[in-house]
Design a protein around this ligand. Structure first.
Ligand code: DLZ
Length: 163
C-alpha cells in the first residue's frame, strides 16, 4: 500500500502575528513567467497574514546564482527581519543546472548559518517548465504562499529567542 505525505507551512503550529515584521524578497528575472507568479503568491500571503506591504522590499536580480549575493547584502543593509529568495532553475541539456542548484543551495545555507536573519529558500529546482507551472499557481498550488508562511514563522522564531 502506498502512502502519501504532504506538508504545508500552514499546518501544525499557529501562525504568529506578523503585523510588525519587515521582509525582503529577492526575485530572479530568469524564468520570470514562473518567478512573477511566485512573487504574487508570496505578497498575497504576507498581506493576508497582516504584513503591511510597505514593510516588504522587493528586489530583482538576473538569475538564481545572483540570489546569494543579493540576499547577503539585503541581510546587511536592507533593514529587514527576514528574506525570501524566489528563483526557478529548469534542467537543460548541460550540467549547468546542477552547478547552479548546488551553488545557490550552499550559498543560502551559509548565509543562514552565519547571518542574523532567516533566509527562506524559495528556489524551484525542476526538470520541466510544466513542473514549475504546477508549483507556481497550478495544480500543486503556489509555493510562494508556503515560503511566506515559513518566513513569518522563522522571524517569530528569531524574535522569541531575542526577547
Ligand atoms: C545560465 C543559467 C541557466 C542555464 N539556467 C538558469 C535557470 O534555469 N534559472 C536561473 O535562475 N538562472 C539560470 N541561469 C543564470 C544563472 O543563474 C546566472 O544568472 C548566470 O550564470 C550569471 O551568474
Amino acid at each position: 500500500m502506498s502512502s502519501t505525505f504532504s506538508y504545508t507551512a500552514d499546518q501544525g503550529q499557529p501562525i504568529p502575528d506578523a503585523s510588525e515584521m519587515r521582509f525582503g524578497v529577492v526575485v530572479t528575472e530568469w524564468n520570470n513567467d514562473i518567478t512573477d507568479k511566485l512573487l504574487e503568491g508570496t505578497l498575497e500571503e504576507l498581506s493576508a497574514q497582516g504584513v503591511p506591504l510597505k514593510n516588504v522590499t522587493v528586489k530583482h536580480v538576473p538569475g538564481s546564482f545572483e540570489l546569494i549575493y543579493a540576499a547577503s547584502q539585503l541581510a546587511k543593509f536592507g533593514h529587514v527581519n527576514g528574506i525570501i529568495i524566489l528563483g526557478c532553475v529548469i534542467k537543460g541539456d548541460t550540467p549547468h543546472f546542477d552547478y547552479i542548484c548546488q551553488g545557490v543551495t550552499e550559498g543560502i545555507a551559509r548565509i543562514n548559518a552565519m547571518g542574523d536573519i532567516p533566509v527562506i529558500f524559495g528556489l524551484l529546482t525542476v526538470l520541466t517548465h510544466e513542473q514549475a507551472e504546477e508549483r507556481a499557481g497550478g495544480r500543486l498550488g503556489n509555493k510562494g504562499k508556503e515560503f511566506a508562511l515559513t518566513a513569518i514563522k522563522m522571524v517569530d522564531y528569531a524574535w522569541k529567542l531575542q526577547k
